[in-house]
Write a new protein. Structure first.
Length: 127
């Protein structure tokens, strides 16, 4: 997780160090947003902004969609499909952000859920 006032550079370093493409932006133990490599490319690099001076809160995606840590994985997959999102912030019983689950986390660990994602995300768009 990163704080809203941290530099985009700090967020990129964290993502690279952990081989991930997005992090939760945490403020007062709650998710204030998410920042992804896609956000950085679109809102920092393409706009010629300085990664050292631009703060995370200026380019993060918000609001975030969060789910309780004990949510059923099938329900989380369906929710991603319904809402057309690739990431869900996971919160504990006090609603504090504790992590993130991604589409790739789900489909790479539970291949059977690929069908759920397909039916709720891809197939409805076919006309």
């Amino acid at each position: 997780m990163v704080k809203p006032r941290e530099s985009v550079y700090a967020a990129v370093k964290l993502m690279v160090a952990n081989n991930i493409s997005g992090v939760v932006v945490e403020e007062n133990k709650a998710a204030a947003g998410i920042i992804t490599m896609k956000d950085i490319c679109r809102r920092v690099i393409v706009e010629d902004r300085d990664v050292y001076k631009t703060v995370v809160s200026d380019v993060m995606t918000k609001p975030v969609l969060s789910v309780p840590m004990l949510m059923n994985v099938e329900r989380a997959a369906a929710l991603m499909g319904e809402r057309k999102v690739k990431r869900l912030v996971v919160v504990d019983e006090k609603n504090a952000a504790i992590g993130m689950v991604t589409v790739m986390d789900i489909v790479s660990n539970l291949p059977g859920l690929m069908d759920v994602m397909f039916k709720t995300w891809v197939k409805p768009q076919w006309k």
